[in-house]
Design a protein around this ligand. Structure first.
Ligand code: ADP
Ligand code: MG
Length: 477
């Protein structure tokens, strides 16, 4: 035995750490324990079935690559899933499973994305290479069904549907989907591909990222096989190229793309491209290509609004058979506004935390988890600001809020204001009291306690406090 499992795993981790976002690394890699290494099979222990599935779904390529770097191409991964962690009397119960994702990479060229079913050295020059042998490289989970429609994506989604129904036969050719990171470009582009396969099983669909395309091109160029490369791509009926902004300055690859584009377009084949900006703003891409990109339809994806964010979260939960309190869903949707990937990330971290700590998902847990996602308040929020927000919310006057009235609504509004001031400002209880017509700190303590108690017992009350809390939080960003 040359290397220990610890050593191998630590080397893998060192690489993974640089690649994976910190939060994800903490959630998905730190809890893993290497337990054995035998015949190039590394066994790692994971805390749950869900955990294992998540790794297989999201990180299998990364795991395969790093492990193969360490152990060579025969490297395999096995998981030991904790079914029950045991106690003094009972040994822990575990279950061993093979990492399935590794099987796909059993041929030599693991960076080569096109899985040809009869492995051959150079698939492009085999006479009579059957089109059907080309694997589309699509992820079946990306469907229209799972792509929630909202104002932010309606046009692009509809265009995608139209293209999927009649690939190559509409004026949406190419279909260019553009928008910022995490807004659904890859999902939508692949949904078109999957839908084409469903409606037209004979059509050959291929999804390829621009990076893959460029890498492949460069490999073929080194081996003087550019014609084979271009010929191969010309076999495709629906070609999806993701993130074309990466073509910038890859001059030679652009030439290849140009040739392929022209051939496919002329033959009535469909092209679908995605980009992080509108074609006109793509820098470092040849004008002749850009003008081709403009031939069809460019549709953008925008950031989803609050309602759509809720819909998306609910859809994901339904699909995964999950449940969580409505207020938590609202809280996430309210706080994560940047993009859908972040939204999913928050949901997943929350699930992971709840399953790792065997704790129900509630607002407290959500706040804890989201703290890592939500930018911490940059603006200092003052007691006055909070007072004004509460007055507006409950439609009471500022003067009344400070007066010594015992009217229930006003007392409650005042208590909530103190509670929020306690959470959102760094003021002492004494200072807070002074801002309410010179009340002392015990009144503030009592108010905060009353609010907490009421939130536990009165749902309506709790909803309104949360809503206010979110308003304040927003004002602090
Ligand atoms: P991009 O390629 O634009 O960076 P992705 O397509 O990878 O974004 O989307 C990020 C994540 O958000 C994916 O998991 C995707 O499934 C999900 N997603 C994006 N848009 C939607 C939508 N409209 N409905 C449901 N999920 C979505
Ligand atoms: Mg993408």
């Amino acid at each position: 035995m040359d290397k220990s499992h610890d050593k191998v795993w630590n080397s893998c981790l060192a690489i993974i750490k640089d690649i994976v976002e910190w939060q994800h690394f903490k959630t998905w890699f730190e809890p893993i324990k290497p337990v054995a290494l035998k015949d190039k099979i590394l066994t790692i222990q994971v805390p749950s079935q869900f955990f294992y599935e998540y790794l297989e779904e999201h990180y299998v390529n990364l795991l395969a690559k790093t492990l193969k770097r360490e152990l060579g191409k025969e490297a395999r991964l096995e998981y030991r899933i904790m079914v029950d962690s045991g106690n003094e009397k009972n040994k822990p119960l575990t279950m061993d499973v093979t990492g399935h994702g590794f099987k796909t990479y059993s041929n030599n060229e693991m960076d080569f994305p096109l899985v040809i079913h009869n492995p051959v050295k150079n698939p492009f020059v085999i006479p009579g290479l059957k089109k059907m042998q080309i694997d589309s490289q699509l992820n079946p989970i990306y469907t229209f069904e799972s792509f929630v429609e909202g104002d932010c994506n309606r046009v692009a989604r509809r265009a995608g549907k139209t293209v999927a129904e009649k690939p190559g036969a509409t004026s949406f050719n190419p279909l260019v989907i553009y928008g910022g990171v995490g807004l659904g470009k890859t999902h939508l582009a692949q949904a078109v591909g999957n839908e084409v396969k469903r409606l037209h099983p004979n059509k050959v669909v291929l999804y390829v990222s621009s990076e893959k395309f460029i890498n492949q091109f460069q490999d073929h160029s080194r081996n003087n096989a550019i014609n084979d490369f271009i010929h191969f791509y010309q076999l495709i009926d629906v070609l999806i190229i993701d993130d074309v902004q990466f073509f910038n300055r890859a001059e030679k690859s652009q030439d290849a793309l140009f040739a392929i584009f022209n051939h496919l377009h002329q033959s009535g084949k469909q092209l679908i491209l995605s980009s992080d900006k509108p074609p006109k703003d793509l820098e470092g891409v040849q004008e002749r290509l850009l003008s081709r990109f403009r031939w069809g339809l460019s549709a953008d994806l925008q950031t989803p609004d609050y309602e759509t964010r809720i819909d998306i979260l609910e859809k994901k939960m339904r699909n995964d058979g999950l449940e969580m309190p409505r207020e938590v869903v609202k809280y996430i949707a309210y706080n994560i506004q940047s993009n859908i990937r972040e939204l999913e990330g928050a949901l997943i971290s929350l699930l992971a935390q709840s399953s790792l700590n065997k704790r129900e998902i509630d607002l407290d847990l959500a706040k804890k988890v989201l703290r890592n996602f939500v930018k911490t308040s940059s603006k200092e929020i003052t007691i006055e600001t909070i007072q004004k927000m509460v007055c507006e919310y409950y439609d009471v006057s500022y003067e009344k809020l400070l007066q010594k009235t015992r009217k229930r609504e006003i007392v409650q509004a005042r208590q909530i204001t103190m509670y929020l001031a306690k959470i959102f400002t760094k003021n002492s209880l004494k200072t807070i009291g002074e801002h309410f017509g010179g009340r002392d700190h015990t009144t503030v303590i009592h108010s905060c306690q009353t609010v907490k108690d009421l939130m536990d017992t009165d749902n309506l009350f709790r909803e309104s406090v949360i809503e206010l809390q979110q308003k304040v939080q927003l004002a602090a960003m």
